[in-house]
Design a protein around this ligand. Structure first.
Ligand code: PXP
Length: 238
């Protein structure tokens, strides 16, 4: 059974749209946890467009379930992670101008940087996951980097339909199995919503799904706890 990591970035997006102190990502994290979230995830972006450094510090203190910090593989972010000590770090690619994370981390092109960052984090007791395309060669590079977990990018699956989507699903299924054979724990995420999550959650050995935008969007209409409970049921195959 897959578990649910709730990404609360877009609670901060709504707050920052007006420069107010509400809605509060910490309150959202508490409600998500009460509704069954297995993990809370945030992405501290280089431009701080949603989650801020203070959010990360306060969430670290308040969150009662594992806290996953997504971040670019930069010196600044590594220093923040080493200081904050989240339960895990997910390294993601980051370009300042992109609307959201658009592709997986290019682990082959940045092998040395990523291996070094992973070692520093793991030596400090913080396990590392790499957010990557579902591709065997990339997964080989993930294994070589010293990371113990990967998050398979479901963006293309989410954006396609029909036979293209089925092909992409098959690619994710094959990659999940390949990654597990390498000894990597497999997560997945990006673009998952209430109608496309179940086939990904049903992949054998799938560990954690990180889902953000669709849950926050639904929460605006039905409330945060209900939005999380409904997604949790889908992820748990109920
Ligand atoms: N996983 C990773 C690595 C991400 O970068 C994001 C977006 O920040 C998500 C999951 C969540 O994606 P979405 O908001 O589309 O559910």
């Amino acid at each position: 059974m897959a578990t649910l990591g709730v990404n609360i970035d877009h609670v901060a997006t709504l707050r920052n749209a007006r420069g107010t102190f509400y809605p509060c990502p910490v309150e959202a994290a508490v409600l998500a946890t009460l509704a069954g979230a297995d993990q809370i995830t945030v992405h501290l972006r280089e431009d701080r467009r949603h989650i801020t450094d203070r959010d990360v510090r306060v969430l670290r203190e308040m969150v009662q379930v594992p806290f996953n910090l997504e971040m670019g593989c930069t010196e600044e972010m590594i220093a923040i992670a080493l200081k904050t000590k989240p339960d895990m770090v997910t390294l993601v690619p980051e370009k300042r101008e992109e609307r959201t994370t658009e592709g997986g981390l290019d682990v082959r092109a940045r092998a040395q940087d990523i291996a070094l960052a992973t070692k520093r984090l793991v030596d400090a007791g913080i396990p590392v996951s790499l957010f990557v395309e579902p591709d065997a060669a990339v997964l080989d590079a993930c294994k070589a980097s010293g990371a113990t977990m990967v998050e398979l990018h479901t963006g293309r699956y989410a954006e396609t339909a029909g036979s293209l989507q089925q092909e992409e699903l098959a690619r994710i299924v094959r990659s999940a199995s390949y990654a597990q054979a390498l000894g990597l724990v497999v997560h997945a995420g990006h673009g998952l919503h209430y109608r496309n999550t179940q086939p990904i959650a049903a992949i054998p050995g799938m560990h954690d799904l990180n889902i953000g935008h669709s849950i926050v969007a639904r929460a605006v209409l039905v409330g945060f706890e209900r939005a999380v409970r409904e997604m949790k049921a889908l992820v748990a195959g109920q």
